[in-house]
Design a protein around this ligand. Structure first.
Ligand code: FE2
Length: 471
């Protein structure tokens, strides 16, 4: 069938970009355009869903969040790149390989068997901390992988005995101290918990954090002295429907609140009410300055549209008004007030920064940018935005070139903010394969410094991180 417009080609490429990759690969990348800066020494890890055995309802029945964890490692050394991609052998993966998916639940599909406890695939993020490589998901324990081969080492429990609650996929590693904070949440009390993991990987604290009701709390933020917990009005109603998708309820009348708590164990929570309701998956950064906490985030104003979009994502169908915008929140610690300012009207997601500044004053952020609606068939840009409100710039990859989350790598360990490189795994709809793009952060609009071309396609995915010196 002839394509009637470029949009059709983009929509088809976009659907293809997310499809599972059934095979595992490991090879030295031989086709490199440009030159990989030798300052990039370490491994870029990235995670994402890739459902190997489909439910009988088919691929399009999957929610965006469904899929086995296919983890990718791009090892940068002396201007060369080596690729490894491997599935995590978590309990769900092993069960599916032996028994198939019949009876298992997916986000859009109810479980038909109650007697199989397989947990969630650790498909959302992958972090290097305390000498461990951990694959993470919204509601399960970290899953450890070998940092070089990506072979599965198994579930890492932190201190499960303390609360018995899982963690999310979004730890925050303090840019100066190396301490890692990670939270968990659940629809029964205690609704939220907080773990503190020291730089050597030992868990020094695990405690509940008092919140007034249970919400979906995908991510949070830290500052030098505080944690910031977004209590978005996306609540749980386990009486409604029969699958995960049905159990989330948008209650904008509850408003958007931020729980601010000192990082010291046992500290009380103070609540700040944002002027507008909204939902956020991801804050960018937060820091303390002039008696305030400044936090930027990608905020969704129309959450019913967002939920619908996530549910039909794999069909390529776009739901109008389902995107997020950059918002800067100012939490005044003296008065208890909260101010919000929209920094840009374009649709963005996956906000990142120079990770050395997590929790501390920072100016620049990097994010995926779409043209309209959601991050969809025209999301072929990486933006560099200015939290102080200055003009942002973006790199446009061209039609059907789909970058993933941008990851900043400093030129040297003591380079100034923004002096370094932005790495992203890009799906090339022209060739049906993927490449890693290396952009100059301070000349983002320019040609990529290098493209390291894979011999195959890796599905678009979620989050990842650069482990400096890990090769
Ligand atoms: Fe996330």
């Amino acid at each position: 069938m002839a394509l009637s417009s470029p949009i059709d080609a983009e929509a088809l490429a976009w659907v293809e970009a997310w499809k599972p990759c059934l095979d595992e690969h490991a090879y030295a990348v031989t086709r490199i355009e440009g030159e990989i800066p030798r300052e990039i020494h370490g491994t870029l890890y990235r995670n994402g869903p890739s459902q190997r055995i489909l439910p009988r309802q088919g691929y399009e029945a999957l929610h965006l969040f469904d899929g086995n964890a296919l983890v990718h490692a791009f090892r940068f050394e002396d201007g060369n790149v080596h690729y490894t991609g491997r599935y995590a052998r978590d309990a769900r993966f092993v069960y599916e390989q032996e028994h198939g998916t019949d009876g298992l639940g997916f986000v859009n599909l109810p479980a038909e068997r109650e007697d199989v406890a397989v947990g969630f695939s650790p498909n959302t993020n992958v972090v290097w901390h305390g000498g461990k490589l951990l694959a993470l998901v919204e509601a399960d324990f970290p899953f450890e992988l070998d940092p070089r081969t990506l072979e599965s080492r198994g579930t890492h429990l932190l201190r499960k005995e303390m609360l018995g609650m899982s963690t999310t996929a979004h730890p925050k590693i303090d840019g100066r101290t190396g301490q890692m904070l990670i939270h968990g949440y659940q629809p029964i009390e205690p609704y939220v918990q907080l773990y503190v993991v020291e730089p050597d990987g030992t868990c020094s604290s695990a405690e509940p954090v008092e919140t007034p009701y249970a919400v979906m709390m995908h991510d949070f933020a830290i500052t030098e002295h505080h944690v910031v917990l977004p209590l978005c009005p996306l609540t749980w109603d386990l009486e409604r429907g029969s699958c995960l998708r049905d159990w989330l309820r948008w209650e904008p009348e509850k408003g958007l609140r931020f729980g601010v708590r000192e990082r010291t164990a046992g500290s009380p929570v103070r609540w700040f009410q944002a002027p507008s309701p909204g939902f956020l998956f991801h804050p960018g950064n937060a820091y303390e300055k002039d008696g305030k906490i400044w936090m930027d985030a990608c905020t969704y104003p129309d959450v019913n549209a967002l939920l619908e979009q996530l549910a039909v994502y794999r069909s390529g169908r776009l739901v109008s008004n389902a995107g997020a915008h950059l918002v800067l929140y100012e939490l005044d610690l003296a008065s208890g007030s909260c101010k919000e300012t929209r920094l840009d009207d374009r649709v963005v997601e996956f906000p990142r920064l120079d990770d050395r500044l997590i929790g501390y004053e920072s100016r620049f952020g990097y994010a995926l940018m779409g043209e309209d609606g959601f991050i969809g068939p025209r999301a072929n840009r990486i933006a560099r935005y200015d939290r102080t409100g200055g003009a942002g710039t973006f790199h446009e990859f061209g039609p059907t070139q789909y970058p993933g989350e941008p990851v900043f790598v400093p030129r040297t360990s003591d380079a100034s903010e923004d002096d370094g490189f932005v790495l992203s795994v890009v799906y090339d709809g022209e060739t049906g394969k993927s490449y890693v793009a290396v952009l100059d952060a301070q000349n983002l609009t320019g040609e990529p410094l290098a493209r390291a071309h894979l011999e195959h396609r890796v599905p678009l995915g979620f989050h990842g991180n650069f482990a400096a010196g890990v090769v």
